[in-house]
Ligand binder design. Structure first.
Ligand code: HEM
Length: 452
């Protein structure tokens, strides 16, 4: 079959002059992303003046991330992010990325995870035991506080005080929402002193300042604490071989602070929203944690003893996934039957592929039983990628998974969370779409006869 060229690729309907599909991607991005599969295996979407080509078949997604992973840069979304969050692991490319990934990988290795799991269990137990039966809490906010505290303790040995955690927790959604807006807006518009731009710039500046304080506190103690920040600081010493600059150090810490907290907090928020929506699932999950954990505190070894909880979280991550992963071809490329020139922006939507009924029948249904060893084996490569794939796969995936299982088990062992507001709208951001608000009422399962 002759290779098609870019001119043969269909353009998704709804393109407007000058702004392309930016308006549609602003108004209802998740609907647009979920409609792409019907238009073909490769579809053009104009994000402002530049086109991006979306792949909708899992096999092509796998080729993009894994087979051709070495000839890809991260592309426009991340170039824009670089102006604000710097050139850390998630935004850098090429040799710098390879060097920093190699340097940071040991901090995420198997040997360290056991220690992290203890910190995770301790952090969530402290939070969950401070709640009171009958209170209504902003559950999404609580989850930000939980994940900011966990990552600060595990990665930076930081005992960030409650006001600092509260401030970071306020800043992160502001920065993530602003980053998404900036990938759609023409660059000059982002420099106009509009209130939204000023809020975003102030949030980034404040986040940088807080990160400076975390680094300064760590240095003041002086000791090597065997954490990620110690590894980075050693490499930032003036005479360290191949050492990094202080700016690079700051960018790496901001990157971990952002990528390691937002995604996990949002996933946990949706997890408890989904448990309240699916009482049969909640009943089985509660039965499992009651049998395995009972009244004792959750511990690090529980992660592998809770198969239903693990399958439930697979479903939460399937339904609430990153909307867009983007790459830029650093060389001409033949993929999905199309020849793409160098510098083409190529994307796919994990959010949309995870809702493709060919691979996940009745996709809107949260069904932990759809996961089993046989179904995993049947699933095409590239159909389920909550952490991405290939050389840019999430460095924190094992860390995140442990944190998710431990937090869900610890909270569900004690608490049932009742929705205390309307069904939340999904707000688009640079990470997972988040609930616009999630007030929930706390019901103590130890004192109450419950529906589940
Ligand atoms: C539910 C939790 C999480 C989800 C869904 C998630 C998702 C992802 C995804 C999809 C990517 C790949 C992006 C791409 O290919 O362009 C990624 C990369 C990354 N994640 Fe995560 N992540 C999570 C938790 C974490 C945690 C806990 C950390 C650190 C403590 C972390 C740090 C990073 C970093 C640094 C990268 C960039 C890696 C690189 O490019 O080499 N993430 N994450």
């Amino acid at each position: 079959m002759t290779a098609r060229t870019l001119a043969d690729v269909p353009t998704v309907p709804g393109r407007a002059p000058l702004v392309g599909h930016a308006l549609a991607m602003w108004r209802d991005p998740l609907r647009v992303l979920c409609s792409l599969g019907a238009a073909g295996p490769v579809v053009r979407v104009d994000l402002g003046i530049r086109p991006a080509y979306f792949l909708t078949e899992p096999g092509d997604v796998h080729d993009l991330l894994v087979t051709h992973g070495d000839s890809m840069a991260k592309g426009r979304l991340f170039e824009r992010a670089r102006d604000f969050v710097g050139n850390g692991l998630a935004t850098s490319d090429g040799r710098l990325h390879r060097r920093m990934r190699g340097l940071m990988q040991p901090a995420f290795g198997h040997a360290r995870l056991t220690g992290y799991a203890e910190i995770m269990a301790d952090t969530v137990l402290r939070a969950a035991s401070s709640w009171r039966h009958g209170d209504t809490i902003e559950f999404d906010r609580e989850m930000y506080a939980l994940t900011v505290t966990t990552v600060s303790r595990a990665m930076f040995s930081s005992t960030a005080t409650a006001p600092v955690v509260a401030e970071v927790q306020e800043l992160l959604p502001l920065v993530a929402d602003g980053l998404y807006a900036r990938t759609l807006l023409p660059k000059p518009l982002t420099r106009v002193p509009l209130p939204a731009n000023r809020r975003f710039d102030a949030a980034v500046a404040r986040l940088r300042e807080l990160v400076r304080v975390v680094i300064a506190d760590h240095e003041a103690v002086g000791a090597d604490r065997n954490d990620l920040l110690s590894i980075l600081l050693r490499s930032a010493e003036p005479l360290a071989p191949g050492g990094m600059s202080r700016t690079q150090l700051r960018d790496e810490v901001i990157t971990i602070m952002m990528s390691g907290t937002e995604t996990t907090a949002i996933t946990l928020a949706w997890a408890f929203h989904e448990l309240a929506r699916w009482p049969d699932v909640a009943a089985r999950l509660h039965a499992e944690v009651d049998t395995v954990i009972g009244e004792r505190p959750v511990c690090r070894d529980d992660v592998d003893r809770l198969p239903y909880t693990n399958r439930f979280l697979n479903e939460v991550m399937r339904l609430h996934a990153v909307p867009v992963i983007m790459r830029r071809a650093t060389a001409p490329l033949h993929l999905a039957g199309v020849t793409f020139p160098k510098d083409t922006d190529l994307c796919y939507s994990p959010y949309a592929v995870h809702r493709d009924a060919r691979f996940f029948p009745r996709p809107e249904r949260l069904d932990p039983d759809r996961w089993s060893e046989e179904s995993d084996a049947r699933l095409p490569r590239g159909a389920f990628t909550p952490f991405g794939a290939g050389r840019r796969k999430c460095i924190g995936s094992s860390f995140a998974w442990k944190e998710l299982v431990i937090a869900v088990a610890a909270i569900a062992a004690r608490w049932y969370l009742e929705p205390a507001g309307p069904t939340p709208r999904e707000v688009m951001s640079a990470s997972i779409p988040r609930p616009h608000a999630l007030p929930m009422r706390l019901v103590d399962r130890r004192d109450t006869a419950l529906p589940a």
